[in-house]
Design a protein around this ligand. Sequence first.
Ligand code: FES
Length: 121
Amino acid sequence: MKDIYVDDFDKLKHGERRLITNGRLEIGVFRVKDAIHAFLNVCPHQGGPVCQGRVMPRVEEHLSDDMKSVGMSFSDDEFHLVCPWHGYEFKFQTASHVGSSSISIRRYATKVVEGRVYVSV
Ligand code: FES
């Protein structure tokens, strides 16, 4: 196990990423609000470059008492990574697909030490 320096925490803004390599593997490192997440850049669907996808807030539908839609909004707390090939969405918090917890992307441990972001590989 080794730690790879990615960038300074302050240089990564919310929703931004860095792609790093470790041998033949490519890893996407993201800042989402004040958290750092790192995933293997391989989608479990058909191997697409999931870490090159969009960072999107979860879309929330609001329902009336009689369960009719009264509008939609974006979540302030939950963000998803959307694979650019076919649109599979993964939750940053769990690394799992939004519709099936049995499908997930590979997560790597991260840490911030003295303002510097590292990924453990
Ligand atoms: S390869 Fe990612 S959604 Fe198909």
